[in-house]
Design a protein around this ligand. Sequence first.
Ligand code: NAI
Length: 328
Amino acid sequence: TRTPVNVTVTGAAGQIGYALLFRIASGHLLGADVPVKLRLLEIPQGLKAAEGTAMELEDCAFPLLQGIDISDDPNVAFDGANVALLVGARPRTKGMERGDLLEANGGIFKPQGKAINDHAADDIKVLVVGNPANTNALIAQAAAPDVPRERFTAMTRLDHNRAISQLAAKTGAPVSEIKKLTIWGNHSATQYPDIFHATVAGKNAAEIVNDEKWLAENFIPTVAKRGAAIIEARGASSAASAANAAIDHVHTWVNGTADGDWTSMGIPSDGSYGVPEGLISSFPVTTKDGRYEIVQGLEVNDFSRERINASVKELEEEREAVRALGLL
Ligand code: NAI
């Protein structure tokens, strides 16, 4: 029998946590033959609700689930972690300035990064979901100097999946026929969903669509503002789709991208495509054997360049702001 993989989930009692944990336990994160142990991290006020969720997990009698631990101490929750899903974050509340938001999240992601540094397993892989995800990942990474930098990633897979779905609707193709879509930049309203290298049933997507006005005025804003549209419709922010994207992100990272396709991940830049080194920015990546590589050699046209630069500029400003707060 295989040794179980320790999966730590923060914000376990939140709405994404509730949509996420059952799918991890049923084998969707890592594979249908990989046993898991769950480590749930919550703040003290969230512990009771996390215990309730743990009771429900037990009641599913998942064959792959080999244990659930709950803690409000990051040093305990990240002990031996192989995969860490950092979901819990401080949301922006009314009247809160960006600086206040970054500082409040620094208070969460810095100690969590340190706990990962000191206690996680050598093969730890980290996905940051909690917003501002890219910059929270940077803060956690900076607090974990002993962990290889590339193990800290931020989630843009929900944006990637949203863009695939919008492109499928526009072209009438099934989602399974859409490949090589890219999200560039920050997981925010400045993100750039790029279809210039995407294919629809093997043909270039931008040529099939052949409508730059639709791209600029419909597709890009629809993808970028989808989170707000969900809140407007549902009265609550996206949770099941965010959980699904987190599952997809880790599953692809661990199990690889298909031949002829790639995915989008927020990862530390190596300077590719003019993105300053070290920023955690979304790129097109292929994955294999638990490692990812940026897809190289793509031609970036003026339409794309302008939008990538704008999102990267925002990431640089966020990095400056957290640096000024002493978080890097
Ligand atoms: P939620 O408010 O329902 O749950 C958050 C949970 O985190 C709460 O139970 C809270 O007690 C817990 N928490 C807060 N601080 C914590 C800490 N220091 N340690 C452990 N747990 C802590 O929020 P929801 O809907 O589950 O969303 C979570 C985050 O995911 C938010 O920041 C949201 O903006 C972000 N998000 C990111 C997306 C992406 O595409 N990257 C998509 C959707 C949401």
